[in-house]
Design a protein around this ligand. Structure first.
Ligand SMILES: O=C(O)C1=C[C@@H](OP(=O)(O)O)[C@@H](O)[C@H](O)C1
Ligand SMILES: C=C(OP(=O)(O)O)C(=O)O
Length: 464
């Protein structure tokens, strides 16, 4: 993917027309595959840029977040080329690592709203000889960045704000000297696991490697850190994570690779949720037997909500029943908006905990979910570290997406079960799944008679 999706800001939802969420007139019965994992694609892009030779990503994600990462790495001197591949969602990528000759002594990097770009790329820029200025969408300036800025400064890398002082967030300039000594570094990563992942990804390229220590409240989204450790080890990097809150990365080369990217199991979530929201069946072939993706949790989450779940010969099959059960869920991380949409359709109460840091995601997701669920007649409430959602009959209305792809897909799930829901700015799904509206329509078209009457002729406002 070239910069085309990156160029379109997803932060102007008011300008976009509302998307009429399809209402399921019968149980969904579909087989679905989704594009590559955002988290794996952007990790492998960073590793490829630092590797000891050319690498290839097979079936990577092509979306706004991956386009922003590709563009950022190009600005830092990597050569990234699209080459034909066998993936259903676009070409493969060949990456020639960062060259010693920098394309320009001063460069500007657009992070959009991508946490992986705003957290993973600045430490990489520290290894480049030159100044890299980072900025992003308006809301990107609100996302927590202080830990990365402080970490770079502690590593001896100057970071300056627009006015020259020390910034607490985007925008800022990293003044790289081409070399970072590394060693022992103490950070507070309680606002995002991405702070840890960002530093681990480059740690092997620091002269002395990196001994990263976290102090403070617990680090969220630990699955994502385990993913980072796994991809590093796969590229021949020695990482010791045997002591909780300590990660020791030995200095050394990052081996070039040829890597197939798993499909995005978090983004599989809304499609699997469709089985519960419509009382139907959704099958996802190619579900990995062994994965570091947090989305593998769908198997237990959806079973807890009353679905039948099986994984046979790599096909995950989820069948919803006559009701969705409420339940308690801890640390659902980026799955939480999808879980919350299902909880709003459940017949019993649910509690989501361990997700206070979602207040620093694409939007304040806890506030956004409460506002949108309650706007439709639901009964949701914020707690200090999550949400309580009680059963209530929902009605038609507009779900606002807050430039947040997972709020938009949460609206689509609600729309399957509640007639007359519209989603504001469905285009924001391009952050990680530009094909979402088509994939959703294709899912609903499967198993339907050729001339389905769809929602025409209905009078709106009912819930299954
Ligand atoms: O490293 C990653 O790829 C991610 C880590 C998590 O971030 P937080 O720890 O900030 O939740 C997750 O929510 C995000 O979608 C992707
Ligand atoms: C939190 C998310 O994204 P980001 O990588 O921008 O943090 C997400 O995708 O749910």
């Amino acid at each position: 993917m070239t910069g085309s999706t990156a160029a379109v800001s997803q932060d102007s939802p008011e300008a976009a027309p509302h998307w009429p969420a399809p209402f399921a007139t019968r149980p969904v019965n579909a087989t679905v595959t989704v594009p590559g994992s955002k988290s794996l694609t952007n990790r492998f892009l960073v590793l490829a840029a630092l590797a000891d030779g050319p690498s290839r990503l097979r079936a990577p994600l092509h979306s706004r977040d991956s386009a922003l990462m590709i563009e950022a790495l190009r600005k830092l001197g990597a050569t990234i080329t699209e080459v034909p591949g066998d993936g259903a969602f676009g070409p493969d990528l060949e990456v020639i690592p960062l060259s010693q000759e920098v394309p320009s002594p001063r460069t500007r990097i657009d992070c959009g709203l991508a946490g992986t770009v705003m957290r993973f790329v600045p430490p990489l820029a520290a290894l480049r000889n030159g100044v890299s200025v980072f900025d992003g969408d308006p809301h990107a300036r609100e996302r927590p960045m202080g830990t990365i800025i402080e970490a770079l400064k502690a590593l001896g890398v100057p970071v300056a704000g627009e006015d020259g002082g020390t910034p607490a967030s985007l925008p800022f300039a990293v003044e790289g000297t081409g070399e970072v000594q590394g060693g022992h570094l103490v950070i507070d990563a309680s606002a995002s696991s991405q702070f840890v992942s960002a530093l681990l990804l480059v740690g092997a390229r620091f002269t002395e490697g990196l001994h990263l220590e976290h102090v403070g409240k617990p680090v969220p989204s630990l699955d994502h850190i385990n993913m980072t450790v796994a991809v590093l080890r796969g590229a021949g990097v020695s990482v010791d994570d045997s002591v909780p809150n300590h990660w020791v990365v030995a200095p050394g080369p990052i081996r070039a690779f040829d890597q197939r990217i798993e499909q995005d199991l978090s983004n599989a979530g809304p499609f699997l949720a469709a089985a519960l929201a419509s009382g139907g069946t959704v099958r996802i072939p190619g579900w990995p037997a062994d994965t570091t993706q947090v989305g593998d949790l769908w198997r237990s989450i959806l079973a807890d909500m009353g679905a039948e779940v099986s994984l046979v010969d790599g096909v995950l099959t989820v069948t919803g029943g006559s009701e969705i059960k409420g339940a308690d869920f801890a640390e659902t991380s980026e799955l939480a908006p999808t879980v919350a949409a299902l909880c709003a359709l459940a017949t019993g109460p649910s509690r989501l905990s361990g997700i206070a840091h979602l207040r620093g995601h694409e939007t304040d997701r806890l506030a956004a979910l409460v506002t949108e669920i309650n706007r439709l007649g639901g009964d949701a409430e914020e707690t200090s570290d999550g949400l309580v959602i009680r059963p209530a009959k929902l009605h038609a209305g507009v779900v606002h997406s807050y430039a947040d792809h997972r709020m938009a897909t949460a609206g689509a799930i609600l729309g399957l079960a509640v007639e007359g829901i519209q989603v504001q700015n469905i285009a924001t799904t391009a952050k990680t799944m530009p094909d979402f509206p088509r994939l959703w329509a294709d899912m609903l078209a499967q198993g339907q008679p050729p001339q389905s009457p769809g929602r025409e002729g209905s009078d709106g406002g009912t819930q299954h």
